[in-house]
Ligand binder design. Structure first.
Ligand code: SF4
Ligand code: SF4
Length: 459
């Protein structure tokens, strides 16, 4: 059970210091001129203890009475409710753009955001996290500018991976000086202890940090054996004891592995593909995580670009307040769109419901998520793109897929040997070779129709 004293512990600058960052919220932030409020739910017997503990870490205490607190808590998502009935809220008020907490300066983000508490980690982050995979495709100066804009706008959770080439390095370059104000998650694909330790040390160096908030096993084929001292999991657990990582998570594309990992009690967070066209079985993982106090990080919220109704995607995640989606961001226009949506009080309207239903009907069955786990293909078919081509042609500017290079890529489907290696590796059980063939038929037809349109259509 969380006691008031242990709740206060979490505010110490060396423990969970990021968990209580909360942005200014116009019209809802306390306006009494105090920059910090630490409020105790009624019924707690430990007012003096709390007061003393708060004084020790220079926090003001109990600025709000019960009804005010409940009213604020209901309007804020930025609060943690503990089993003991103690709730902790740290509000950064409008009177001070920054504050000293235990000698540490916390900036006051400028935007209003919904906050999610990540399971048992109690990490509290906006429901708008930055997925840094696409940064691999962006030159360093642009990537740094983009990350800095995201930070300035209030984004605090950045997800990357050792496998995303120079993504970690760009994150380190952009945000090393604000390290204590952000939450960093990265991943290792290593399967043994030595490999995981090596990856972790490289990640720490590239990210220019002394610790990783959440280190994740990157899509392992099965849940690790906790008794295997040579496993990657064992190395990450040891690193946690050393203070090099705060929490250990897992990412996976296989529902059963994800289920088992959550139930195993080994992991603090799960990262899993989730979107508004996910199946009921996939969605049930959300409750499964809640039952085990495991934080849920959603990847592929737009199915790798297949889903284009970003408003519907955002509104969908508002219905899942325990889930933090990471949005892959490559351009400033995308960042601006996500931030604008985040500021809106999106409601799950009939219109959005209809849009989601339409996407589900069109896309939910037999579609390729673009995850790439089916690769390599001996015929060198770029499966993650080729198996989605019908949708890409119609949901993105199609000219980019009608170039001579892409025509060549698609014709490779004719070289498929039916080895079915791809199908055996696809975590969604797709008949990949069959899907590719139907994509080629559609592609040839589409190409024929658009060549006929003339030069304005085909580049
Ligand atoms: S079945 Fe065809 S597409 Fe799949 S891996 Fe084999 S050659 Fe490639
Ligand atoms: S065919 Fe399956 S494994 Fe390959 S990219 Fe598509 S969803 Fe992923």
């Amino acid at each position: 059970m969380t006691t008031p004293a242990s709740a206060i512990e979490t505010l110490r600058p060396d423990v969970n210091r990021h968990d209580f960052l909360a942005p200014e919220r116009p019209n809802t932030a306390p306006t009494d001129g105090h920059s910090v409020v630490f409020a105790q739910m009624p019924g707690g017997e430990d007012g003096p203890v709390l007061r003393e503990q708060c004084e020790r870490v220079s926090l003001e205490l109990l600025r709000l009475d019960y009804f005010e607190f409940v009213a604020h808590a209901a309007r804020y998502w930025a609060f943690n409710t503990h089993a003991s009935g103690i709730s902790v809220a740290l509000f950064v008020g409008p009177s001070s753009p920054s504050l000293e907490l235990g000698g540490r300066l916390l900036s006051n983000p400028k935007v209003s955001m919904n906050y999610v508490s990540l399971g048992r980690t109690r990490i509290l982050v906006p429901q708008l996290a930055f997925g840094a995979l696409p940064l691999q495709r962006v030159p360093a100066p642009e990537a740094i500018k983009l990350l800095r804009r995201a930070f300035d706008a209030g984004i605090r959770f950045f997800d990357t991976a050792r496998a995303y080439s120079d993504s970690e390095e760009k994150l380190g370059l952009a945000l090393h000086d604000v390290r204590d104000q952000i939450v960093i998650a990265t991943k290792t694909m290593a399967t043994d202890a030595a490999g995981a330790r090596g990856d972790l040390e490289t990640s720490l160096s590239k990210l220019q940090t002394k610790y990783i908030d959440i280190i994740q096993l990157h899509n392992p084929a099965q849940v690790p054996d906790p008794n295997d001292e040579q496993s990657a999991y064992a190395a990450l657990s040891a690193a946690r004891s050393e203070g090099l990582v705060r929490f250990v998570g897992i990412t996976n594309h296989r529902r059963q592995v994800a289920y088992d990992a959550v139930a195993s009690g080994l992991f603090d967070t799960l990262q899993f593909p989730l979107s508004h066209i996910s199946s009921a079985d996939d969605l049930s993982l959300v409750e499964h995580c809640q039952n085990h106090e495991v934080g849920f990080i959603a990847m592929k919220a737009l199915c790798g670009g297949l889903l284009t109704n970003v408003t519907a995607a955002f509104a969908f995640f508002r219905t899942l307040p325990s889930v933090v989606p990471i949005w892959g961001i490559q351009r400033e226009s995308e960042l601006a769109e996500f931030l604008a949506l985040d500021r809106q009080s999106l409601v799950f309207s009939r219109e959005i419901e209809r849009a989601i239903e339409k996407d589900r009907q069109e896309l939910a069955t037999s579609f390729c998520r673009g995850c790439g786990y089916c690769l390599p293909c001996p015929a060198e078919i770029p499966i993650p793109m080729a198996a989605r081509m019908s949708f890409l042609l119609r949901r993105a500017p199609h000219q980019q897929f009608l170039t001579p290079t892409w025509q060549q890529n698609m014709q490779r489907i004719g070289d498929c040997t039916e080895c079915r290696d791809c199908a055996s590796r696809c975590p969604y059980g797709l008949d990949t070779p069959g899907l590719l063939k139907s994509m080629l038929v559609d592609y040839d037809q589409f190409l024929g129709e658009h060549v006929g349109c003339g030069l304005t259509c085909v580049p």
